[in-house]
Design a protein around this ligand. Sequence first.
Ligand code: C2E
Ligand code: MG
Ligand code: MG
Length: 562
Amino acid sequence: MDKEKREAYYIIFEKLIDSMNNPDEFHRERFVELLNEFCDLFHIAKGVTEFYKTFKDERLGNGEVIIDRDNGKGDIPVIERRIITKAKAIVKGTLYISKDDEPLCEEELRKVDLMLRAVLAFVSRNRLQRAMEDFAFKDESGYPNFRAFLRFIGQMKEKGGLYGYTAACYNLYHFSVINREIGREAGDMVFRSYYMLMSETIGDDGIVCRLGGDNFIMIFRNEVTDAVLDILEGVPVAYDKNGESRVEISSSAGLFVADKDFVLQSEGDIMERIMPTSQSARHEESKRILFFDEKMLKKKEKMMRTQRRFPEALKKKEFKVFYQPKVNVFTGELVGAEALCRWIRNGKIVPPGEFIPILEQTTDICKLDFYMLEAVCMDIRRWLDKGMNPVRTSVNFSRKHLVDVDLLDHIMYIIDSYNVPHNYIEIELTETTTDVGFKDLKRVVNGLQEQGICTAVDDFGMGYSSLNLIREVPWNILKIDRCFLPLDEYNKYSTTSLMYRHVVSMAQEIGLECVTEGVETAEQVEILRRNHCEIAQGFFFDKPLPVDEFETRMEKHIYELP
Ligand code: C2E
Ligand code: MG
Ligand code: MG
C-alpha cells in the first residue's frame, strides 16, 4: 500500500467516522458517497449489509438488506463479518471484489475490515433504535399509536402551540358493514389504503394515529383541511391489486381548529375538545363531520358540575317542590296540582330544564323523583293533619325508572309510610322516549292502578308512538302538550285546531280524563271549554308556586273564570 493511498484512506476514514458519530447531522447521501469513495480506493465491487431482528428472522431470511455499493462486478467475497448485538439482533456485512482486480494485500484487508466493522456497529445501533421506536410508537398493525400522538403534541408545544393547525378524531363509517360485504382481507386492505391516503395528504407537518379499532386521531396544517375533509366525506378505495373493485369509505369526525388564543398545555386540552365532538358526530345522522365549538365544552362542563353537585344538594334538601294548580274550566274549582322541581342554589331558583336532562343521563333522576314523591307525601300528610282539603297531586317520574322491577314497591312504600290515601297521588310518565318497551310501562301502570294510584301520560303529542301508547296502556289521564293547544280561535280549521279537537274527543271516548297544559290566555280557556276539555294547567291561572302560596290557593279553592 503506497503512501498516497494510505493518506487518501485516512482522509475518507475520518470523514466516515465523523458522519457516523454525529447522528443529529447524519446525511445518508453524503454517507453513501463516502462509502463509495472508500470502495473505489480498495476496488471493492459490491457491499451488502443485512439486518435481522432475531436469529429466527435470520434463518428465515426475514430482514433488511442494504446494498449501497454495486458496480456489477462483485464476483469474489473477500470479507464477511457478522455481529450479534446485546439485544440479540444480527448485522451482517459482506464485501466482494471483481475477479479481474488484484486481490487485496494484508494491510488493505485489515483496513477494509476495520471500516466494515465500524459501519456494522453503526448500522446495528441505528436499526435497533428504529426497532425500539416502532415498538414504542406503533401499534401491533404498524399504525402510529397514541404515544406517537403525545410525542407529536410535545413537539408542537415546544414549537409554540397549535395555532395554524387542526386536531381531529375520526371513526370510519360503518366499517363493520364493509368488512362483511367485501371480506376481512379486502377490508384490511381498504383500511390501510384509507389510512395511507389520509397520512400522505397530511404530510410530515402532521400526524395520524390509531386509537384502536377504527378510531383515529390526527393533527394537520390548516392548509390541507379541504383535502382532509374530502377524504372524511368519502372517497373510493380500491380493494384489489388492479384497482378495479372499489368501495366508498367515509368517516364521522370531530374537528378542532385552534385559534390564536388557544393555550396548549397538555394533550387533555385537545382531547376534551375533539373526543366529545366526534362522539356527537358519530350519533348524528344528518351531519357526520362536526367542528368543536366552545359552547359544547361549556355544556359538557356544566353537565359534569351538575352531576358532581347533585348528591350533596339532595342531602342538603336544596330541591324544593313547587305546585302548579290544575283548574276546572267550567267551575273554576282547583281540582289538582302538579309537583314541579326547583333547585334553590345560592338563593337562586334553577328551573328543571337546566338539570333534569342532565340527571336523566344517569340514574340520579330516579333519586330525585323519589325525593319529590316523599316531599309531596309529607306536604299532603301535613295538610290532612291540619284539616285542610288537599287536592290530588301528580309527581313526574322519569322513564328511566321503568326498568326497575322494584319501582312499584318503592313508590307504595313511600306513600304508605306517610299514610297518604292513595287517591291523593298521581304519577306522570312521559311518552317522549321510545327506548323502553311497552311491557315495562304496562306492568308499572297496571300495578299502580291496582293500588288505586292514578297515572297520567305527560306531554302527549310530543312523542311518536302516541296512539299505540294510549291504546295499550290503561292510563287514567291524558295530559295534552301545549304544542297541541291553538294560540287563538283565529282559524278553527287550522291543523292545530283540528288535531286538538280530535285528540280531546278521542281521549274522552277511551274514557280518559283530559288535562291541557300551557293554558296562558282567556281565549285558550275558551278553546278548552268549546272542545270539552275540563281541566287546564297553565300560567293563565298560576305558575308553579312555592308551597306557602299554593296553600293559600287551596284554601281559597275557587278561581275566577274569564
Ligand atoms: P312537564 O311535566 O310537562 O311540566 C309542565 C311544564 O310546563 C313546567 O315546566 C311548567 O312550568 C310549564 N308550564 C306550565 N304552564 C305553562 C304555561 O302556561 N306556559 C308555558 N310556557 N309553560 C307552562 P317546568 O317546571 O320548567 O318543568 C319542565 C319539565 O321538567 C317538566 O315538564 C317535567 O318533564 C320536568 N320535571 C320537572 N320536575 C320534575 C321532577 O321532579 N321529576 C322529573 N322526572 N321531571 C321533572
Ligand atoms: Mg309533568
Ligand atoms: Mg307536561
